[in-house]
Design a binder for this molecule. Structure first.
Ligand code: PLP
Length: 276
């Protein structure tokens, strides 16, 4: 039987982000993918125009159907959409405590559209407190969630520590929006670690989803957290370098077709090794 990873995230009909991308990434690590849509977005590669969220009861009932049927080994949470969805997603995460769970706190699209009801931001950290293995905010999300404007590595460090406390879980703040060399920063409760990569000079849609879904796959494979972060950051950078324009303007990330040793099954020590 295939081991399955679950994406609880938005549905981006352009395929460049959200559930459709997450499932491609899960497959690239030889896992099966399942997805529960928290929001149906209206968007193309350039911008998000709007979204509709299904009622929270839909999320819970769909989760129950999947959980009865499939071996769910890890969960990635992306776009949440509404404040009411926060409660049900938290309930689903609590039913899966002990498994790798990565939360990508998607708050706004790069075109500026909010991807969560604004009144849910204040409750976000409290709702997810203690439920995840890792959260992966970008600089703007880290600023909104911590109250610390993250502008440089000193403020990034303060925000990483603050979000560790607020979410009661390790925090990786992505530095992709810094100019020049990019530094992602991880705090796991004992150690700060940084992961750097060069500027790719590209505006790419879907990078946060790619990173967080790679992370959950690597954690389920049994990689320790810092190694999973290092590998996922490298893998995402490789995908960004190989990403091509889709639609009329923006570059869209996809799983690179060229061989990567990261994608070979059987790495790590977890019982939940991916199947071929
Ligand atoms: N749509 C969905 C479903 C997403 O999850 C995201 C980001 O995570 C976006 C759109 C926005 O992507 P971008 O900021 O790359 O435009």
């Amino acid at each position: 039987m295939k081991n399955t990873l679950l994406s609880i995230a938005g549905f981006d009909p352009s395929g460049g982000a959200g559930i459709l991308l997450d499932i491609q990434v899960f497959r690239s690590f030889s896992f099966s993918g399942a997805g529960i849509p928290t929001a149906l977005t209206i968007q193309n590669s350039r911008r998000v125009e709007d979204f509709y969220s299904p009622p929270p009861d839909f999320l819970l009932r769909q989760y129950d159907m999947l959980a009865k049927d499939m071996p769910l080994k890890g969960i990635k949470v992306g776009m949440v959409g509404t404040r009411r969805n926060l409660d049900v997603i938290t309930r689903i995460l609590k039913k899966n405590s002990g498994k790798p769970i990565v939360i990508d706190p998607v708050l706004k699209s790069s075109s500026g559209t909010w991807l969560i009801e604004k009144n849910a931001v204040a409750e976000y950290a409290e709702a997810f407190r203690g439920t995840a293995s890792l959260i992966t905010p970008n600089l703007e999300e880290a600023s909104l969630l911590s109250g610390i404007p993250v502008k440089d590595t000193a403020s990034q460090e303060r925000a990483t520590l603050m979000l560790f406390k607020r979410f009661q879980c390790p925090c990786l703040i992505k530095g992709g929006h810094f100019s020049g060399e990019k530094t992602d920063m991880l705090y796991d409760g004992t150690q700060l670690r940084t992961f750097s990569h060069a500027e790719a000079h590209k505006d790419v849609h879907g990078t946060g989803c790619f990173l967080s879904s790679s992370l959950v796959a690597l954690l389920v494979r049994g990689h320790p957290l810092d190694e999973a972060c290092s590998l996922a950051v490298q893998w995402t950078h490789e995908a960004i370098l190989q990403a091509l324009p889709a639609g009329s303007s923006r570059t869209v990330i996809t799983v690179p077709l060229s061989f990567s040793p990261l994608l070979q099954p059987g790495k790590g020590t977890s019982a939940a090794k991916p199947d071929r």
